[in-house]
Structure formats: structure tokens, C-alpha cells
Design a protein around this ligand. Structure first.
Ligand SMILES: [Cu+2]
Length: 291
């Protein structure tokens, strides 16, 4: 009970401080106003959802980080190795240098193309001064969306994204249509996906059952991938919503792997399940409709 009272008291004090700082238009406020302009990518990398904007001076840097994605050589060409740089800055305009290890990594980078037919999940290395870099190859020209998923130390999970342009001939655009049958065969394995529900704003359990495609026997010796039974990424068809997904039993080894998520609104979503078996990572995509 005491704790709650203290939190309430501190919140009130902070709110009063914040309101007065924003209202007066003094030097401090002018500094904050300038902040948006200094970060050209502010609007583009807004998937964080929690842009507070004002009065963070007394708080840790990690309140509402910014990420900017650049190609180190100035541009990227299809089918050529390209170095991507991701610069992470705090609210105060200073680089963030302390990150929590999440799923065994400091930062997860997901790259998809416009129709979500291309999916890449890689792990850039931290170079200091808030910067991560990684080499990658884009299969064709066109627009790709990059998502950087990380947790600043002492902060909350952030997913910052930006569309990036790759030079070269574009591939064919395919429609993103919901699968009529949620059973897929990839690399000699059969993956069956079941959803506990398909309603938005309700926690949904995703159950993957993994079998040998030939014998139909369940695979019971899945290896941990990024510290858990598997890793699942979900994006809305327009790549606007990146969903957070967590395993229900990290230590599971198959044939069943369960994850939980909440679809924010109705629409079409693409789900990528990633599992490791015999030292190889297998990525299996599904498209579902949430009504
Ligand atoms: Cu990752």
C-alpha cells in the first residue's frame, strides 16, 4: 500500500513539473521543441507507440528512443552485399549504449519487402556510440521495411522501423492472401498452426505442431533457437504493425510449440515461425485473417 501511495505522489509531482515546463515556453521547452527537427527520422520510425515528447530530462535516456537506418556505402543494390548501420539515440539526442540481452541478442533486425514475400531476421553487432552494423543481401530492388527490436537498459521493449529503398529491378508483387489451410511443408518438415481465436484485442495462443513430413511423426528434439523453443514474428499485411510474441514454454522441445500474442485490430497478418532442428533454422510463413 505504501508503494502505491509513493508512486501516486511522485506521478503527481512529475505531472505538475511537466505541465509547467511545457506551458511556459521557457528555454527548456525550446530545447524540446528543437528535438523533433533534429531527428529527421522522427516520423518514420514511430512504431514505438510511446513518444512522450516532453520533460524527460530527469528520466533515463531510454524513455523513447529513435533509430535511423542507413547504408554505410550510401546506397544498396540488389543481390550485392550491403552494410546496414542502425543508429540508436535517446530522447536527449545522445547515443544509447546500454541494452538488455533479449532472446540472446542486443538487437534483432527484421527486414521484409513490400509484399512480405521476403523475410530476413539477422543480428547486427554493436559497434559503440549507439551504432549497430550488419552485412546483408537484398534479393531484388524496391522498398523494404526494416524493424529494429531491442530493449534499452532500464527501459521497455522498442521496435523502431523505417522503409528503405534498394536499387535494382523489382521482383513481382504478390497478393498477401490468407492461407486456407494452416499446414505447410518446409525442409522435410510439416508445420501445422492452430490459433486459439482470430479476434482482435484478445490474447491469442498460436500452437505450432512440427512433424516429419515423411513419417508424420512428431519431432520431439527441437533445439533452442535464440534461447527458446522458437521465435515468431507477426506483421500486419501493410507492415505497419509489428506484433510482440512470446513463447508460453521456452523450454519446450516439440512437437508442440506455443506462443501468445494479441492482434491489435482486424485485418490480414503474416506470421513467421522460426525453429531449429539438427543445427538448422527453418522459417515457416503463414497468413491469417483476424476479424
Ligand atoms: Cu533476432
Amino acid at each position: 500500500m505504501m508503494n502505491k501511495k509513493w508512486i501516486l505522489l511522485i506521478s503527481i509531482i512529475l505531472t505538475i513539473g511537466l505541465l509547467s515546463a511545457c506551458g511556459k515556453g521557457n528555454d527548456q521547452t525550446a530545447g524540446h521543441e528543437g528535438h523533433g527537427g533534429q531527428n529527421a527520422n522522427d516520423a518514420k520510425s514511430g512504431d514505438n507507440g510511446g513518444h512522450g515528447g516532453h520533460g524527460e530530462d530527469e528520466q533515463p535516456v531510454s524513455g523513447s528512443p529513435e533509430a535511423s537506418f542507413t547504408f554505410v556505402s550510401g546506397g544498396a543494390k540488389a543481390k550485392e552485399e550491403t552494410e546496414i548501420s542502425i543508429q540508436i539515440m535517446g530522447d536527449d539526442g545522445k547515443p544509447i549504449n546500454d541494452f538488455e540481452v533479449s532472446h540472446e541478442k542486443l538487437l534483432h533486425l527484421i527486414i521484409v519487402n513490400h509484399d512480405l514475400s521476403f523475410f530476413n531476421h539477422i543480428h547486427p553487432e554493436f559497434q559503440g556510440d549507439g551504432k549497430f552494423t550488419v552485412d546483408t543481401v537484398f534479393p531484388a530492388g524496391g522498398e523494404y521495411k526494416a524493424f529494429a527490436d531491442f530493449i534499452p537498459s532500464g527501459g521497455t521493449n522498442a521496435t523502431l522501423s523505417e522503409w528503405i529503398e534498394v536499387e535494382g529491378e523489382e521482383g513481382e508483387h504478390a497478393d498477401i492472401t490468407p492461407d486456407s489451410n494452416l499446414v505447410k511443408e518446409v525442409d522435410g518438415k510439416e508445420f501445422e498452426l492452430a490459433l486459439s481465436g482470430t479476434k482482435p484485442k484478445e490474447e491469442t495462443t498460436l500452437t505450432f505442431t512440427i512433424r516429419d513430413a515423411g513419417t508424420k511423426e512428431g519431432i520431439e528434439d527441437l533445439e533452442p533457437y535464440l534461447g527458446a523453443v522458437g521465435h515468431v514474428v507477426i506483421l500486419s499485411a501493410d507492415a505497419e504493425n509489428y506484433l510482440h510474441v512470446h513463447p508460453l514454454d521456452e523450454k519446450a522441445t516439440g512437437p508442440v510449440a506455443e506462443f501468445a500474442t494479441t492482434f491489435p485490430q482486424s485485418g490480414t497478418y503474416k506470421i513467421w515461425g522460426q525453429f531449429q532442428h539438427n543445427g538448422e533454422v527453418i522459417t515457416v510463413p503463414f497468413v491469417v485473417e483476424v476479424k
